[in-house]
Design a protein around this ligand. Sequence first.
Ligand code: SF4
Length: 732
Amino acid sequence: MAKKVSVKEIQTTCCYCGTGCQLLFTVDQDANKILDVHPVWGRTNEGTACLKGWYGWDYLNDPQILTKRLKEPMIRKNGKGSPLEVVSWDEAIKFVADNFKKIKEKWGPDSFLGAASARGPGNEAGYITQKFTRAVMGTNNIDHCARICHAASVAGSRQTIGEGAMSLSIPEIENAEVIFNIGYNAAASHPIVARRIVKAKEKGAFIICADPRITETARISDLHLQLKGGSNVALVNSLANVIISEDLIDHEFVKLHTKGFDEFWEIVKEYTPEYAATITGLSPEDIRFTARKYASSKHSVILWGMGITQFSQGVETVKCCCSLAMLTGNFGRPSCGTGPVRGQNNVQGTCDMGDLPDVYPGYQNVTDPEIQAKFEKAWGVKLSNKAGIQLTRVPEFVIHEKDPAKRIHAYYITGEDPAQSDPDLEEIRETLDQVDFVVVQDIFWNKTAEHADAVLPATAWGEHDGCYTSSDRGFQRVRKVLEPQGNVLPDWEITCRIATAMGYPMHYNNTEEIWNEMIDLCPKFTGATYEKMERQGSVQWPCWDKGHEDTGTMFLHKDGHFATPDGIGILKTSPYHPPTEVENTEFPLSLCTVREVGHYSVRTMTGNCRMLRNLEDEPGWVEMSLEDCDKLGLREGEIVKVFSKRGSVYTRCKPTERVKQGAVYMTYQWWIGACNELTISSLDPASRTPEYKYCAARVEKIKDQAWAKEEVARIYEDLRSRMHIVKEEVLA
Ligand code: SF4
């Protein structure tokens, strides 16, 4: 007789992007093994998933392809340079708590910086990380990876319309009449959002795509504006110029719901289509056509991604996009508005939880005395009213700061890998080596862990409970699917143990207790209980009331009432300036970083999924125009070396008609072809987001390809042995 298997089905939210697709796991509970995963109905995905949703769970099996799961706490007992040694949790917690305490006493609260995770840990862990930073360490130096992606969206939107999130919902996209995608390729970053754009087109919407590359979105668009990289501000200013010059504005909306028109016009009046054409390389006719088309509908949507935010003028572009929507009255109704579509699964949530240097959870300013008093009462400690520093400024506060009293001395990194994800990696490595005490809390060995003084192993998505926020402000539950392997703990519990060891007891029995504490401190989230999430599947904030009648908010700024202090939107933009580092004789190409559809973030998760790894592997690709390849005598697949002022990497050449002559593109997931060895740490002055999308580079041919292949294989093996790969598991 066949053995009876104890099978359970558990629904959870995908861990790979802000779409928040719902997945159903079938699990053999006795064997603690996943039998099957498939998409089920959810508000944003309606029963569909992309390849990461279907195949991206394999890393839970620890197949050890790229790097190894962390399973025991480790510390350098004898200081920097000594080996990491496996210790008990008690010893590891005491070691971390003692060092944090020592540093705080010697250098003060602002010598600490905490980096929260926008990936697997979830909103409750995000709340705990910022509470630890503020209540225990006494500083607002808390941040997370929104800083390197959508911080410009938060800053630019908050300055104009008062709320730094998508104003509309993902399902509303398909009923828009005009969709203006700028710097956003949904097919690569949010494939299930891309389906909504396709559906909108099928229903008759006009699709415009502004992107220097012929992306999948450009291919399905009705008009592709193939503008010069780094010229976004000139384009959006010129669209505003046409809308105003041709009197296409919604006068009533502008009069009743906005201010700042005269100052706005003063800037954009210079950006005639003819002038903007000289900067963007577009035709004045296409600019005029786009402005007229966008302004022709009351269901026009602007969607953007990192193609506008990862520039030193990212905030300015966002401000002007919000202003375009205000000028044309495209807010406050279904299927219109602005959509900064967040990349990582919980980057919206980690912002919501206040893992930002200037706001508590629920976007409540740290400089507001009433808010400060509320959190002081709830947490029982005195809190700082000084905004903290952003994580992209860590090098500035370590290697470039001469005064030790002003430096960062302790860096607590949870679920992030700055030694792979941040710009100018040589500078990041030097920074990490000079910070007195670095703690890495993660699920995998990564490049940053090599610089850590303590490594704390956490549970992964699928091994703990909690909730994420989808890109369109939807709180959704994530659930434990498997029992974790190894001596690991949930992120929130590790942080609570450190806090308790430092003399500030933090005890919670489960994530719901943490959540309930948080929602009671955040008016916008108060109604979003676990019970409501279970019942509705998703609760979009604002949700003010716990009663059943308040089901959340589908779109923001109803009736033109903005989230600014006086409810009025502010029209804003800036003059255009070119990127910080442009092409020159030594580095004649512009380099832009993009993403790989089958991989995620720094690739520790998807790089350890056998199906996804089989699609693409190291050393990645550099996309180049056919003309540039011809000039250098390069063929597809050849290994080349790419240089910038900051370093060089090996990768493979991909000749393509998708990119313009003079521009090259690299995806940021590769560890050998790591484009961040080349990128520049020039920051947007308002959001401090790096200019990942533009720096000067050079590509060199390698004549001896046999040698190059061996060299890349040698680097890969060396890398994997540094990541403690003993033996890759064979695909079953
Ligand atoms: S679209 Fe995003 S959330 Fe949906 S399955 Fe793909 S990666 Fe997951």
